[in-house]
Design a binder for this molecule. Structure first.
Ligand code: ZN
Length: 467
């Protein structure tokens, strides 16, 4: 089934056709973390969304090259390096490792390439030199090199591809040095920032003098190096549309004269408990904050995947409790299927897979995809209860679930391993029951419960289950 995605460039849902003439290889770039702090839950929504896009493409049969940069040179980082009296590498390394650990905890597939800006300074300089040679960049009196929007537009290039900008209000000659700025200040932006005392030891030599790259040019240089001058998909949170992505397009197309990216996909914002996340409101969460509250990465992933990527999502702690319950239903159903299937094997049952893929092909309609999953859980539970499911039916249902889970990435839990202390208690209980010492057997049952385990009597004997 043809995969359709909403392309920010055309503001429409379009069939995804890769650039590869064989229709197989797909290049995907997602703007990665700026490693100056732990990523918050709003950031994670974008990375889980990128993982969903990648997994959906792989599910559809494409071979994806997934690139995610690590922004380790940028205004906020340099400020923190200065405040913490440390080195760039030491400071960013800590947050980069934490980011990758969190990415794993959320069940995201690791990108194939994770280029660091600090390791691509020659490529960045070469790209700036190209822009200078083409007359689209100039060195100002402050020593920094800026991108000229006027010259770029003068060459027939389009600035404002991702959103409508009122370029008539642009004042000629205005410049902005900082990496982040508002739409109201469309202005020439810095490609290379001349060294200033506040930069400390963070600077590199260049033909334009000592300095450091601007944030936007880093992504252009790294994505072009990894995926070529034109590639298939570029992802990010919607807050990056302007100026970051618009500037990436301008720099890249200005330097190469070719279209930069075929499909731009943007994930929507996230609210927490109905409000914009902020530290002062107490609704600001990193993944670590949520893990410390006893939730798991899997539950957070489930919740982040429960709404469509283009809708603003209200993330709540109640929602996380709901995720726990929903996942338990899936785990229980898959666990029972495993019991019934035993050693039987079979190809995947087609109904769930077909409904699920049709939902995803429709611009990643996760609501319909989850509806198909929970309908399948309901029907499967019913068949198991009716004892109408054969071992090979169960194996076919399991194979279908595995196909679907290759996209969802929530991996129904295998039976929890039973610690020796718990199985010893269960043996004691069995012995007490046999000796008709019900008082003792009930006491052991309560003790097990307090330790987080329940005993279920099944036709095959007793079974220990983690609560
Ligand atoms: Zn970027």
């Amino acid at each position: 089934m043809a995969l359709k995605l909403f392309n920010t460039l055309t503001r429409s849902v379009q069939e995804f056709v890769p650039l590869d003439p064989h229709g197989k290889m797909v290049g995907l770039y997602c703007c990665g973390p700026t490693v100056y702090d732990f990523a918050h839950i709003g950031n994670w929504r974008t990375f889980v969304f990128a993982d969903l896009v990648r997994r959906t493409l792989e599910f559809s049969g494409y071979v994806v090259r997934h690139v995610m940069n690590v922004t380790d040179v940028e205004d906020k980082i340099i400020k923190r390096v200065r405040e913490n009296k440390t080195t760039l590498r030491e400071f960013t390394g800590k947050f980069e490792t934490a980011f990758l650990d969190d990415l794993k905890a959320l069940g995201c597939r690791e990108p194939h390439q994770k280029p660091r800006a600090s390791e691509h300074i020659p490529e960045i300089i070469a790209l700036i030199e190209k822009l200078v040679a083409r007359g689209m960049a100039y060195q100002a009196h402050d020593g920094s090199v800026y991108f000229s929007i006027e010259k770029y537009r003068g060459c027939g290039c389009h600035y404002g591809q991702l959103l409508k900008l009122n370029l008539d209000e642009m004042r000629a000659g205005e410049r902005v040095a900082s990496d982040e700025y508002e739409k109201e200040s469309i202005a020439d932006f810095a490609l290379w920032k001349a060294r200033v005392p506040d930069d400390g030891e963070v600077f590199w030599p260049s033909p334009f003098g000592e300095g450091r790259p601007g944030w936007h040019i880093e992504c252009s240089a790294m994505s072009i190096k990894a995926l070529g001058e034109t590639f298939d998909l570029h992802l990010g949170g919607e807050d990056l549309k302007f100026p970051h992505h618009e500037d990436e397009i301008a720099q890249s197309e200005g330097a190469t004269g070719k279209p930069f990216v075929k499909f731009w996909l943007h994930g929507a914002h996230l609210l927490v408990e109905g409000k914009k996340m902020s530290k002062s409101l107490g609704n600001y969460f990193t993944l670590r904050d949520l893990l410390a509250k006893g939730f798991t990465g899997r539950e957070v992933r489930f919740l982040l995947l429960s709404s469509h990527y283009r809708e603003t999502f209200n993330f709540t702690l109640d929602g996380l409790h709901g995720a726990k319950t929903a996942l338990a239903r899936i785990d229980e159903c898959v666990g029972k299927l495993r019991d019934v299937a035993g050693n039987a094997t079979a190809g995947p049952d087609s109904k769930l897979v077909e409904q699920f893929s049709a939902a995803l092909a429709d611009d990643l309609n996760v609501s319909a995809a989850w509806a198909a999953v929970f309908e399948w859980v309901r029907e499967t539970n019913k068949s198991i209860a009716d004892i109408s499911l054969s071992a090979s039916d169960a194996a076919a249902a399991l194979a279908a679930w595995e196909k679907v889970d290759a996209v969802l990435g929530i991996s129904a839990k295998a039976e929890a391993e039973v610690p020796a202390e718990i199985s010893a208690l269960a043996d004691d209980r069995a012995a007490a029951k046999k000796a008709r010492d019900f008082k003792r057997s009930d006491a052991i049952r309560d003790e097990l419960k307090a330790k987080g385990w329940v005993i279920e009597d099944t036709p095959k004997g007793i079974k220990l289950k983690k609560i």
